[in-house]
Write a protein that binds this ligand. Structure first.
Ligand code: ARG
Length: 460
């Protein structure tokens, strides 16, 4: 039975029904739909809009329906959408009393409420997963404070960095993702229930009561906006898209670092795949898939932004397209976070190779220039001289690290014996004591700061 049959003389065409339905997608909202209906029915009873007896019967039956669905005794099918399904089932079970549930409510405020409840739960779930990931990264950082690797710009060796500093960089990204989700939660935590179809309701409802029952922090203040606002869906998907971009960058880095050419990391066999033709291959398909799936979430973001663009006030059926994008973004970001975290616990670091690589490529050239600056030379001149030293190294097939003091001294009188230690990667890394720099102390501070900000977010 359709909820809106009354006005029509003809039954709708089968294909029209198939095209209109959303049950196949929004059945995922069943729990939130039922919980929201229970709150609504309780409020109707308390406000004397229906009798307390009817209210109790509706609430008890709704809870039975929920249990039957969870116990797999009731299959969600044969309805236009989840709201129709639950209401039809209620009426099947308790007859005309069930028909009172929809008093002072529309599917428009109902679906917006369900979706907000769902999104709130989902945000908490995603945030827990991101927190677990940061916790894992901090563990790795703690154990690599004294290890050194090359840092890159333009994918060329730039300056030596601390391995922990590298991993902290991703913790910072994921921390921003957490903040973004937490901020999205604020605007999601607004209850539209009670907005009716678009204009509010003439019944003496108590919106504060339903908000409290459903643990909403705020109540929407404009019914027209409330039934058609899906900004929170767009914000959620955007936050998920950026999280995916961070995962994708991380995967790209790790794949590069795992190649024979780099050899910095390896992944346990159990998380890798082989090739059907090349027996020597060990591929990191999981990382490639995460990188690929980033595109899906960008697609979901485009979907929701396009759906809400140009919609006249208030509710329009276009909005039914919001859920597929939201659920897909959710599934994708959750599955990627989970598997990525698991793979990270099987990450093997070859810190020897990292250090060897950091010693190559004249990665401490900036330190030679800085040395001269400290001895009083203007930076541009120091840069110029160091450039010539690097050129000399290339021509003579040596590196800054194998240069003798006399060789340095032939380029400038300012060089003293201590240039030989200034040019070492250890010195280079530990001299960078500025906040956020690569020195051990700065990296330790960074770890402490990440931990502090993480704890603060989860306290609030
Ligand atoms: N399935 C619909 C959706 O997801 C529910 C709201 C229907 N409202 C309406 N006026 N037809 O948006």
């Amino acid at each position: 039975m359709k909820l809106w049959q009354g006005r029509f003389n003809q039954n709708s065409a089968k294909n029209a029904d198939i095209f209109n339905e959303s049950l196949s997608v929004d059945k995922q909202l069943y729990m939130h739909d039922i919980i929201a209906s229970v709150a609504h029915a309780k409020m109707l009873g308390t406000c004397d809009i229906i009798s307390m007896e009817d209210s109790n019967l509706i609430c008890d039956t709704l809870m039975e329906i929920l249990k039957d669905i969870q116990d797999n005794k009731l299959k969600i099918k044969d309805a236009e959408d989840i709201h129709s399904f639950v209401e039809n089932e209620l009426i099947n079970r308790i007859g005309s009393v069930g028909k009172m549930l929809h008093t002072a409510r529309s599917r428009n405020d109902q679906v917006a409420t369900d979706l907000r409840l769902y999104t709130k739960d989902s945000i908490l779930n995603v945030c827990t997963n991101i927190r677990n990931l940061i916790a894992r990264l901090l563990e790795i950082s703690e154990s690599t404070i004294t290890n050194i690797m090359p840092g890159y710009t333009h994918l060329r060796k730039a300056q030596p960095i601390t391995v922990a500093q590298y991993f902290n960089a991703y913790s910072e990204m994921f921390l921003r993702d957490l903040e973004r989700f937490a901020d999205t939660l604020k605007r999601t935590d607004v209850m539209p229930l009670g907005s009716g179809a678009l204009a509010g309701t003439s019944f003496p409802i108590d919106r504060r009561m339903t908000a409290e029952l459903l643990s909403f922090g705020e109540i929407s203040q404009n019914a027209l906006d409330a039934v058609s606002d899906r900004d929170f869906v767009a914000e959620y998907i955007f936050a998920a898209a950026l999280t995916m971009s961070h995962l994708s960058r991380f995967c790209e880095d790790l794949m590069l670092f795992s190649t024979e050419e780099f050899g910095f990391i390896d992944i346990a066999d159990s998380y890798t795949t082989g090739s059907s033709i090349m027996p020597q291959k060990k591929n990191l398909d999981i990382f490639e898939l995460i990188r690929g799936k980033c595109g899906r979430v960008y697609g979901d973001l485009t979907t929701i932004l396009t759906v809400i663009k140009g919609l006249p006030l208030a509710y329009n059926k276009d909005l039914q397209e919001d859920k597929e994008a939201l659920f897909d973004a959710e599934d994708t970001v959750l599955s990627c976070l989970t598997i990525f975290n698991e793979v990270l616990s099987h990450l093997l670091l070859d810190t020897k190779k990292m250090r060897t690589a950091a010693n190559g490529g004249n990665a401490t050239a900036t330190d030679v220039a800085n040395y001269l600056v400290e001895k009083g030379m203007p930076f541009r001149d120091a840069y110029e001289i160091t450039g010539r030293i690097v050129q000399y190294c290339i021509e003579e097939d040596k590196s800054l690290l194998s240069m003798s003091f006399d060789e340095f001294a032939s380029f400038s009188d300012l060089f003293e014996e201590d240039i030989l230690s200034a040019v070492k990667v250890n010195t280079s890394v530990n001299e960078r004591r500025s906040i956020g720099g690569s020195s051990r102390a700065a990296v330790r501070d960074n770890i402490r700061s990440i931990t502090r900000r993480l704890n603060k977010l989860f306290k609030g």
